[in-house]
Design a protein. Structure first.
Ligand SMILES: [Zn+2]
Length: 81
């Protein structure tokens, strides 16, 4: 999990709108940072892009919905609330 948290620094992670969505929380939910502001679940490969095409940060409620969008069989299914 600490290794996963490190991917948030290797790739660019610019989401600053909400302190609760930090690399440690997100990596504990199965996510690693795979591309610029893009997270992917290591188990079910659910992908969440944190910014719009224009580079603006997307609203938190939208992001939470997508972060909870794991496959039903994924061990991380339904953990962020
Ligand atoms: Zn998953």
């Amino acid at each position: 999990m600490v290794e996963r948290a490190k991917t948030f620094q290797i790739f660019k992670w610019h989401y600053r709108s909400n302190d609760e969505l930090n690399p440690y929380l997100l990596s504990s939910q199965g996510y690693e940072c795979v591309d610029l502001n893009t997270l992917e679940c290591i188990v079910c490969h659910n992908k969440v892009l944190f910014t719009t095409e224009e580079g603006n940060e997307r609203p938190l409620d939208e992001l939470l919905k997508e972060l909870n969008n794991h496959e039903a069989s994924c061990e991380y299914h339904g953990q962020i609330g």
